[in-house]
Design a protein around this ligand. Structure first.
Ligand code: PMP
Length: 436
């Protein structure tokens, strides 16, 4: 343990020396990680942790099928997408086949990250409508590029933009029914009406909406489900105003919801543009936009679209291997079953521990909101941080999210087992019982 502490301390010192201070890192005293396997991370002393936060490695760490596909394709061919090769169309067709049967989306554009996907989605909405204004919800994270950062409204992630937001972005209220402007199950219509009023004001100011972007489930808030009826109502109002609806599915899509493949299916809506990334490559950088040909072709009015590595044979092969493994391993169904078990476990803890407020989410995108008072919803921010540090000592890697840093974010690899889910709940129970 002593050797490991020294190694981790050395690595931290080295990292601090060569990294920009703006780059976030986890934990006061991080462990030095050496290996990942399925839903576990293993440190240099051989200690295994249950990894409850790595939603990028949706299949789990070290997946052999993906490693084999990567190895094989990198020996055969890797070149940019201006050449003709079979993998690009094959992967794009497989992505389109994941859409609900009644979807009219038929076109795929491949990039390398979620930020790029969001950036491209915004560009598409502006090109297709010939308008500039984009409406984004408060407390959102959408990426770091100039455009995706402009619609990142979280004061936690992007305090600079609160004062310096470009004029093409309008920030609308976040429809959080637990602690927002409107509360309760029936708050969806009221939030949507507020959005409608915003759209009317924008139009009156000559700022007709090009696009409306939001996460289909509020991921950055810790998996807060949108109130009933909100998204359908919001999409209708945006479309009536001539705008396009963009679903950011980077975090909540791709099987994680369990009961549905996409987050937007939870609200029964159909977006015009979908941005995807994180789990597509299981850690290999892969992102994309799914839309209609009409919208995609509008991009031609702005010149050519080209990404050097986006859609190359290697990334497409990785993407195909990920989809194969998801199906073979039954991961969406596992997310439904194990996610349900985990949520039940957290809710049961809520009956015994006052600090647990609402348990958010669906499938394996959950958020355990910690509050000092269930009525006032005063965030238990310092407590949440201390609980995460103690959970790490007990072998569980879980971290905080939300604007108030008081929600334990639970978005593990989708291969999480029932046994490990029970271990996580038992560890949290122990921390809350013993103190932290
Ligand atoms: N959208 C959402 C909802 C995200 O959570 C993130 C990343 N956290 C992004 C976009 C940006 O993705 P990336 O980090 O791959 O650029």
């Amino acid at each position: 343990a002593l050797a490991q502490r020294d190694e981790a301390a050395d690595e931290l010192e080295r990292r601090t020396r060569i990294f920009a201070s703006a780059q976030e890192r986890y934990y006061e005293r991080p462990m030095q990680i050496e290996r990942g396997w399925r839903h576990h991370l293993i440190d240099t002393t051989g200690r295994a942790y249950v990894d409850v936060v790595n939603n990028v490695t949706g299949l789990g760490h070290g997946h052999p099928g993906v490693a084999d596909a990567m190895n094989r394709q990198s020996r055969i061919l890797n070149t940019n997408s201006r050449f003709l090769f079979r993998e690009l169309a094959e992967y794009s067709e497989r992505l389109l086949a994941l859409l609900p049967a009644d979807s009219e989306l038929d076109t795929v554009l491949l990039v390398n990250s979620g930020s790029e996907a969001v950036d491209l989605a915004l560009r598409l909405a502006q090109a297709a409508t010939g308008r500039r204004t984009v409406v984004s919800l408060r407390e959102a994270y959408h990426g770091w590029t100039m455009a995706s950062d402009a619609v990142t409204t979280s004061a936690y992630d992007n305090p600079y933009a609160l004062e310096n937001r470009p004029d093409w972005v309008h920030v609308a209220d976040v429809p959080n029914r637990f602690r927002g402007t409107h509360r309760g199950e029936d708050s969806g219509a009221r939030y949507a009406a507020d959005l409608g009023a915003d759209l009317e004001r924008l139009a009156a100011d000559g700022r007709d909406v090009a696009g409306f972007i939001c996460e289909s489930v509020l991921g950055n808030a810790g998996g807060v489900m949108l109130p009933d009826g909100y998204l359908a109502d919001a999409y209708q109002r945006v479309r009536d105003a001539g705008g396009l609806c963009i679903a950011d599915e980077v975090q909540v899509g791709f099987g994680r919801m369990g009961s549905t493949f996409w987050g937007f299916e939870q609200s029964g809506v159909r977006p015009d543009i979908i941005a995807i990334a994180k789990p597509m490559g299981n850690g290999f950088p892969l992102g994309g936009v799914i839309t209609s040909k009409r919208v995609a072709d509008a991009l031609a009015s702005q010149g050519q679209f080209f990404s050097s590595a986006g859609g190359n044979p290697l990334s497409c092969r990785v993407g195909l291997a990920v989809l194969d493994a998801m199906a073979e391993d039954g991961l969406q169904e596992n997310a439904r079953v194990v996610g349900g078990r985990l949520a039940d476990g957290f809710r049961e803890l809520g009956a015994r521990h006052e600090i647990i407020g609402p348990v958010h989410g669906e499938g394996l995108y959950l958020g355990v909101e910690l509050v000092r008072d269930r009525e006032t919803m005063e965030p238990a921010k310092e407590e949440a941080a201390a609980i995460c540090e103690r959970l790490k000592e007990l072998g569980v890697i879980v971290l905080t999210t939300s604007e108030r840093s008081n929600v334990l974010k639970v978005k593990p690899p989708l291969c999480l087992t029932a046994e490990s889910a029970d271990f996580v709940v038992a560890a949290l129970d122990r921390v809350l019982t013993e103190g932290w």
